[in-house]
Design a protein around this ligand. Sequence first.
Ligand code: NDP
Length: 314
Amino acid sequence: MKEYVKCLIIGSGPAGYTAGIYAARADLKPLLIEGLTPGGQLTITTDVENFPGYPTGKSGPEIMQDIREQAIRLGTEIRPGIVTKVDFSSRPFHCIIDDEHEILAETVIIATGATARWLGLESESNYRGYGVSACATCDGNFFRNKEVAVVGGGDTALEEALYLAKLCKKVYLIHRRDEFRASKAMQHRVFNTENIDIQWNCIPTEILGEKQGFIKKVTGIKLTDTKSNSLKIIPLDGVFIAIGHQPATALFEGQIDLDESGYIRTQAGSTRTNISGVFAAGDVQDPVYRQAITAAASGCQAAIEAERFLLDQL
Ligand code: NDP
């Protein structure tokens, strides 16, 4: 059986739920398909201090639960499931849920997010949220006057190191080669920041930590120096992994314009994609800010743009 909707939202992070809030209030009766990680990346974080409206901070899963409830209360239909196929060649757009259920959608808001790349160490996943993070803007504040490491050599790693250097006593910047791929301007700033200590040719092999009951904390990092083929241990309090992000766009390849890193291209200052009626919000189209609040804001934008698009079709 085919089902017809005015607005289909794919993805359930801050962008998707906020798009739901705005689309429901605009009477678009949105249907939101939650995907593999309902609630998105915030559901795998611990405390969030920088989302407005929570003066003493709140856990990521609780914030997402609040936004989800708000979207439902205002009229968004939220369904579990995965969008397994899309066809954007004509409108209404055809989307298949869980390989069987066909939806015809007048507008689609893609909010499938992006995931941080991780090193893949067991110790890294053990301490994720307990001293291992992939976002300095989100978690840097927990490490004021402490010693931390940033792993990576691209613009994100150097930007995170510079941000953390203002808060932390010392920042070890750990890179697997002997030159950075980051822009020269960023490199120049890093080389001129006294409390950044660059560890060239080093590969992390283990994140060290302690557990006391339910309390866990990072105490250091073990590195292999590939030049001297030696091991070293650096005692520290936190590790920020900044080795790139992977936007969740495999489903849209060949259907919509993606940039060279796989992010959906949107028009400047807008969530419009190259397909009229298809909008993209949140981290799936944002390689730069990647914050819950910027994702929520672009979800709002996408819903407003979908509403205006439908009005223009009348
Ligand atoms: P990049 O892909 O540019 O860099 C990833 C870095 O991580 C590389 O230095 C890479 O090393 C290293 N790396 C990858 N895998 C591993 C691994 N398994 N172990 C150790 N190190 C690893 O990602 P970014 O997130 O830095 O940047 C993505 C895009 O966003 C870029 O185009 C960047 O310019 C842009 N950007 C721009 C900003 C700005 O203009 N302010 C800010 C942030 C990002 P290697 O170099 O050896 O491959």
